[in-house]
Design a protein around this ligand. Structure first.
Ligand SMILES: Cc1cc2nc3c(=O)[nH]c(=O)nc-3n(C[C@H](O)[C@H](O)[C@H](O)COP(=O)(O)O)c2cc1C
Length: 196
């Protein structure tokens, strides 16, 4: 099997569009032989942050929280699919990520942003770069920007039209970057345990 890559997405809206990009990324990573899995914050349904996972006594955390924490610890890399609300981040994905800290450490992360318009969620992408760095991930320099999302991917998450063709081309280079750093970090963790 390939690298364990979690694709994280966090819109809770009934008419959400970003799930198209999350499904597209999941499918393309799997086609490359990666062991990719979707983490859909809405489906997991964590409550608004009360206690972080580490603040629970051993064995007392809610099962969904403990399960997700173990998935994050096992992962080799993360791909964050981020939308933009009022030039900021989506609260559902931010709420999910804030439940953890050390669980994220020492792995690379890549950011794919999208929006309903031409700006493709780039301001949210900038914000996530800082957030993920603060949480101990190494953010790769390649980014993917998708917009308008409804003119790029259909409801099944398949590329459409010229924007879809451009996304198809851009994704492979973006994934090459993430996978290269994923394998570098994996080799280093095997060579020497992280210092903390
Ligand atoms: C509350 C809200 C705020 C938004 N703010 C922005 C914004 O600042 N920039 C932008 O490009 N699009 C903005 N949009 C449009 C979104 O990019 C578009 O609705 C997108 O599909 C949202 O992602 P989702 O469908 O996965 O929830 C906003 C949408 C909502 C619902």
């Amino acid at each position: 099997m390939g690298n364990k890559i979690l694709v994280l997405y966090g819109s809770y809206r009934a008419d959400r569009k970003g799930i198209r990009l999350a499904q597209f990324a999941l499918g393309r990573l799997r086609a490359r032989g990666e062991d990719a899995e979707l983490i859909d914050a809405k489906a997991i349904g964590l409550p608004l942050l009360d206690r972080m996972l580490k603040e629970y006594a051993a064995g007392t955390a809610p099962p969904a929280l403990a399960h997700l924490g173990a998935q994050i610890r096992r992962a080799d890399a993360f791909l964050f699919v981020v939308g933009e609300y009022n030039r900021g981040v989506q609260p559902g994905l931010k709420n999910l990520t804030d439940h953890f800290l050390e669980e994220w450490f020492w792995r690379p992360a890549a950011i794919a942003s999208y929006s309903g318009g031409r700006l493709s969620g780039t301001r949210s992408s900038y914000a996530w770069h800082n957030i993920l760095s603060e949480m101990g991930m190494v953010v790769v320099s390649s980014t993917l920007t998708v917009g308008p999302i409804a003119a790029t991917l259909n409801e099944a998450g398949e590329p459409i039209g010229p924007a879809g063709a451009a996304l198809e081309r851009a994704f492979e280079r973006f994934a090459d970057d993430l996978v290269w750093w994923t394998e570098a970090a994996k080799a280093q963790r095997a060579r020497r345990a992280p210092p903390y």
